[in-house]
Design a protein around this ligand. Structure first.
Ligand SMILES: *Cc1c(COP(=O)(O)O)cnc(C)c1O
Length: 356
């Protein structure tokens, strides 16, 4: 039976990423050595890093003056690295979820933090709107996709200060106007590669303005200057990331991804809205994520939750349990998730409805 991987992260990757990564573990670039045992300074691996950086620039159409770095520490390290490098006096943050709240907590150690709006009172089931961003803020931090709650900001906001975005769970899912951002960062393990590497896209002009001492490893300039080779980079996830970036390019890039992602999410939301057993936790259509689709049982069918989980599992659905703070179900349908797997989930929902 085919297993459909709806896990939120680490999560589904293109088959070519997994196969090429496995092959390189046995024989990397014809060297007769494993990717796991070669020097990161070998010409073969330097080419991998250079190609990965170049492909990120190409796929996201980076304007001049922006650089790409691959670093360790996960998106969670970016929560402090961003304010270390960019927060001189004041920063604005939008609180749309647990990850946003963690970013806010870290930033408070570096200066004044204005939380412009929060949807915490409603278990983060919507994206706040109509707030004001102080025009003297150094930046405005947003989490574009709230992995746990299934909400997403799917356009590049217009505000009076530069944006900084945690795009861990929706980077490469749509075209973005990078010129609006000072920093975009993303842990790789949702939409790109296995865990262990984080991408940061950095506007070089925004750096070098702090009075404080920035530890060498937490200074973006270190990694830009050394081409992400200041210290030993996580070679395996960087190699896998390159395979996914190649797959993205072969499949039409981020514009093509957006089209199919909207289609995949659309058929699943339609089924949740139609099916008498289920309802979506995010009501406003414009706030619904095209990466993580969260749904629960309708009140009259609450007692069927475990039964549906077992039924769907028996049909090959894996990783559909909702986050404990939301309950119910979450289908993560990242770039690599084929439409046929989304259809398999829909079929299991229909079949289960017919039984009840
Ligand atoms: C998963 C996730 C994180 C945490 O990433 P780590 O790499 O585990 O630190 C941060 N932000 C968002 C939006 C996420 O989905």
């Amino acid at each position: 039976m085919k297993i459909h991987n709806f896990s939120a992260g680490p999560s589904i990757l293109p088959e070519s990423t997994i196969k090429n990564s496995a092959d390189a573990v046995l024989n990397f670039a014809g060297t007769g050595l494993s990717l796991l045992e070669v020097s990161h300074r070998s010409k073969e691996f330097v080419a991998v890093m250079d190609d990965a950086i170049a492909l990120v620039k190409e796929l996201l159409d980076l304007p001049a003056g922006y650089e790409v770095v691959f670093v360790g520490g996960g998106a969670s390290t970016q929560f402090c690295m961003v304010p270390f490098n960019l927060l001189a006096k004041k920063a604005a943050y939008l609180n749309t979820g647990a990850w946003a709240a963690k970013a806010i907590k870290e930033a408070k150690g570096f200066g004044e933090v204005v939380e412009v709006a929060s949807s915490k009172d409603a278990v983060y089931n919507y994206i706040p709107k109509g707030y004001e961003v102080p025009s003297d803020a150094d930046y405005f931090h947003i989490t574009t996709n709230n992995t746990i709650y299934g909400t997403e900001i799917r356009k590049d906001l217009d505000v009076s200060v530069p944006l900084v975005a945690d795009m861990s769970s929706d980077i490469f899912s749509r075209p973005i106007d990078v010129s609006k951002y000072n920093i975009i960062y993303a842990g790789a393990q949702k939409n790109l590669a296995p865990s262990g590497v984080t991408i940061a896209i950095v506007k070089e002009d925004a750096l070098g303005k702090m009075d404080r001492h920035i530890p060498t490893m937490l200074d973006y300039r270190t990694h830009i200057d050394k081409g992400s080779m200041f210290n030993t980079p996580p070679v395996f996830p960087v190699y896998s990331a390159l395979q996914t970036l190649k797959w993205l390019k072969e499949n039409g890039g981020v514009a093509a991804m957006e089209k199919i992602n909207i289609e995949k999410a659309g058929i699943l939301y339609d089924e949740i809205d139609r099916n008498k057993l289920f309802k979506c936790t995010v009501e406003a259509a414009e706030d619904r994520s095209i990466m993580n689709v969260c749904f629960i049982m309708n009140d009259e069918y609450k007692e069927l939750e475990k039964d549906f989980f077992d039924f769907a599992t028996s049909k090959g659905m894996s990783g559909i349990k909702g986050h404990r703070s939301v309950g119910g179900f979450r289908a993560s349908i990242y770039n690599a998730m084929p439409k046929s797997s989304v259809q398999a989930l829909i079929d299991s929902m229909k079949e289960f409805e017919a039984k009840h």
